[in-house]
Ligand binder design. Structure first.
Ligand SMILES: *[C@@H]1O[C@H](CO)[C@@H](O)[C@H](O)[C@H]1NC(C)=O
Ligand SMILES: *[C@@H]1O[C@H](CO)[C@@H](O)[C@H](O)[C@H]1NC(C)=O
Ligand SMILES: *[C@@H]1O[C@H](CO)[C@@H](O)[C@H](O)[C@H]1NC(C)=O
Ligand SMILES: *[C@@H]1O[C@H](CO)[C@@H](O)[C@H](O)[C@H]1NC(C)=O
Ligand SMILES: *[C@@H]1O[C@H](CO)[C@@H](O)[C@H](O)[C@H]1NC(C)=O
Ligand SMILES: *[C@@H]1O[C@H](CO)[C@@H](O)[C@H](O)[C@H]1NC(C)=O
Ligand SMILES: *[C@@H]1O[C@H](CO)[C@@H](O)[C@H](O)[C@H]1NC(C)=O
Ligand SMILES: *[C@@H]1O[C@H](CO)[C@@H](O)[C@H](O)[C@H]1NC(C)=O
Ligand SMILES: *[C@@H]1O[C@H](CO)[C@@H](O)[C@H](O)[C@H]1NC(C)=O
Length: 436
């Protein structure tokens, strides 16, 4: 290790002698027992990303982070010691022989942050490497580098930025979750009040929270996109997928052309933004924001209400439902929501009305089966008096799978086009009167 470093330094000296430009020590890797000091960084092989010490915005605190190396605007995508800043420039980042990254203050000798508590696996010759994906990965020398089973990797610790290739969701085998948390401010990478995660109480759905409160629901994956994110469409910049099986549940996107920079970031303000680097402007521009209008506020029209941004006011009760308080509803106070015009009694004549172009309601009280047909799905829903609605869990192609709701239907919106279809349980007298 020391040899490699000496070689590099000699190379640098030669470069300096021949070209009379300055040459700093730089590499893609940190070897065991090697220390990265304040003014040293490591680069990914194509110099896409850089890892080192930095101070965000106007802060005088110091952090170890990963940022885009070639961009003119400092853009940090990951921070090691986000909650425990260094107050002076004496940090030392060391990879131990056990494969653990340790950040120490040289002044006090205290450990500020470490990549893990204690290594359970037996490690022989660990190496830390920064990849061009922005992933810092610690692996056994000689092993093939992959994202599946490294000793440690920064991609397992999603913070405020989802980079191409990262996973947002769950590893059901290890029980570990990757979810977003915003920065406190542009000057402070500490965990802020906003978080975004894949909720698995019922059929998995993506939820953005402000503290404990739900702020926005991108909704369940419908086979093509998140039900509440109608703007997520196939495009020439990135492709995307949602994986749902026994081992994993996650959303991921990948670059189609790796010379483009894009990232999905949860801002300190709580807005989720897909940004794209535009070279001619030397800045990030907003490509899309899943939470974009008034109708995206969670449950704005309450139970059995539907939000339509093209209407004024935006809320109306679903067909077959009426405001609980017509007076309040008339003055755009939707706080009480809607109820059925005619109550259900679970009689044999009950059926379902079809509502098209909707955002599927909150799935926290839902059940699903990915192989059932729509017909089977209807039967199961009909035979259970507490089932309020059903639809295909996968609307791709001709549709497949079954998704059932067992609660009031909350946080529905109606899109002008490209929404999902929902079948809602109705008493005999309301059947056929559908079309929302
Ligand atoms: C690790 O590095 C320290 C300081 O550079 C040195 O004193 C120590 O001997 C090294 N340990 C091993 C096992 O190489
Ligand atoms: C980092 O480099 C700058 C410029 O070379 C120097 O002024 C500063 O003292 C260095 N800081 C540390 C902590 O080594
Ligand atoms: C840093 O401070 C300047 C001047 O007060 C301000 O204009 C700028 O927005 C601040 N930058 C950040 C990232 O907070
Ligand atoms: C470190 O280990 C302790 C005790 O095993 C545990 O309580 C703590 O949560 C762990 N910290 C991290 C960051 O894993
Ligand atoms: C996305 O594109 C990449 C690069 O072309 C490809 O390797 C990957 O399989 C694609 N993924 C999906 C889900 O289409
Ligand atoms: C990728 O993008 C770069 C820059 O926009 C462009 O020059 C290149 O042709 C693109 N490559 C492909 C395969 O589309
Ligand atoms: C899903 O439905 C299929 C077909 O009805 C059935 O064979 C399977 O056992 C169900 N799976 C679960 C997990 O209920
Ligand atoms: C109806 O579904 C609920 C929720 O899955 C379940 O708890 C209940 O046992 C079911 N009732 C019947 C009669 O199957
Ligand atoms: C959804 O349906 C499409 C088209 O039939 C199919 O290719 C895909 O595998 C399905 N997805 C799941 C999760 O079943």
């Amino acid at each position: 290790m020391e040899e490699r470093r000496v070689t590099k330094l000699i190379f640098c000296l030669l470069v300096v002698l021949y070209t009379s430009i300055t040459c700093t020590y730089a590499s893609n890797t940190i070897s065991a027992n090697q220390t990265l000091r304040y003014n040293e960084t490591i680069f990914s092989p194509q110099e896409t990303f850089e890892l080192g010490f930095f101070s965000p915005g106007n802060s005088t605190n110091h952090y170890v982070g990963i940022w885009y190396k070639k961009l003119s605007k400092q853009t940090v995508v990951w921070v090691a010691n986000r909650n425990t800043p260094l107050t002076d420039a004496t940090g030392e980042l060391t990879l131990t022989r056990q494969g653990v990254l340790i950040l120490r203050s040289a002044t006090t000798g205290n450990i500020i942050w470490s990549s893990m508590n204690s290594s359970t696996t037996s490690v022989r010759n660990p190496i830390g490497k920064l990849l061009d994906t922005g992933n810092f990965i610690i692996y056994e020398e000689g092993d093939v580098i992959n994202q599946e089973n490294p000793i440690w990797q920064s991609f397992d610790f999603l913070q405020h930025t989802l980079l191409p290739g990262m996973k947002l969701g769950w590893n059901l085998v290890t029980g570990s979750e990757t979810s977003y948390t915003s920065w406190k401010s542009n000057d402070d990478p500490a965990a802020g009040e906003f978080s975004m995660s894949v909720n698995t109480e019922g059929y998995p759905q993506v939820i953005l929270r402000d503290g404990e409160k739900i702020k926005f629901r991108a909704g369940p994956w419908n086979g093509l996109r998140f039900s509440g994110d109608a703007d997520l469409k196939p495009n020439s910049i990135y492709n995307f997928t949602f994986v749902l099986n026994q081992r994993e549940i996650y959303y991921q996107y990948n670059l189609i052309n790796t010379s483009v920079y894009t990232r999905l970031v949860l801002q300190p303000s709580g807005s989720i933004e897909r940004l794209l680097w535009v070279d001619s402007m030397q800045d990030w521009t907003l490509y899309l924001a899943p939470e974009s209008d008034h109708c995206d506020r969670y449950a704005v029209c309450k139970a059995f209400g539907s939000c339509n941004i093209d209407n004024s006011p935006v809320c109306e009760c679903l067909k077959g439902f009426e405001p609980i308080s017509p007076e309040q509803w008339r003055i755009a106070d939707w706080s009480q929501g809607c109820r059925r015009r005619i109550r259900l009694d679970c009689g044999p004549g009950e059926g379902f009305n079809k509502y098209t172009n909707v955002k599927l309601p909150d799935t926290r009280a839902s059940w699903y089966n990915q192989t059932m047909t729509l017909g089977e799905c209807e039967k199961v829903c009909k035979s259970n008096c507490s089932c309020t609605a059903y639809t295909n869990s996968n609307s791709s192609g001709t549709g497949s799978g079954c998704l059932l709701w067992f609660s009031d239907l909350i946080d529905i919106r109606t899109f002008a086009e490209t929404g999902d279809t929902l079948y809602i349980r109705m008493p005999p007298s309301e059947l056929g009167k559908s079309k929302q």
